[in-house]
Design a binder for this molecule. Sequence first.
Ligand SMILES: O=C(O)CCC(=O)C(=O)O
Length: 251
Amino acid sequence: MIEEMACDLEAARITSLPADSFYISDFVSEDEEAWLLQKVASAPQPRWTKLSHRRLQTWPSPLTKSNTLLGSPLPTWLVSPVIEPRLRKLGIFNDAPHGAPNHVLVNEYHPGQGIMPHEDGAAYYPLVATVSLGAPIVLDVYTKTSRDERDDEKTSRDTDHTRKPQYRILQERRSLLITRADLYTDYLHGIAETTRDDDLSADTICNWDLLREKKLYHAGWYERETRTSLTYRDVLKVAKMGNSLKFLGGR
Ligand SMILES: O=C(O)CCC(=O)C(=O)O
């Protein structure tokens, strides 16, 4: 199944979205999903950053204030099988400065939790590959307004609960979602803080035709369960190990 993704990225394109996004519903197997979730769960407690609406692990380390990654390898469980061989075979990171992801955020959402509309910003090459584990979730995509361009308005954006998404992407467990280019730079994305995703149909979910288990959503809704995402990115600025002390404030 997964090995035969045949590197056919075009077949996975979400055609109703602005350029570019791709959805592969069967990216990791059930065994791999269970193994990855166990790896996330077995990370030492200090690895978790507790935020008000989710918790987060940052691998290999958080970026510095100047958006620099202190160069060190990702742990092997985040490399194989997701990066090697699968993302490499898809070739999506070929044009990124480091040719492969060097940074992974692990997000965990319990029912009722989410993430406010935001953009991922200039620290990264404009490409995110997200592996979803444990349960489905809907990612909302919003058109960026001129107000969003102004940093000083960030707070009001974060508290604007009336804002309606322009597109909705259903991410099934075990799937891969790739967003890049205009969709990365010109839009915001977020996840609603709800215990149930509803109004699900071919008319409202832009990757409906690419779903693996449409029948699960035929009632038009599902109850949220704990969902974990692995978001793979390429950080543009990387400090070589020898220079890391400088970034950490050492001599
Ligand atoms: O969990 C997700 O799919 C989205 C995460 C996200 O938006 C982020 O880490 O910036």
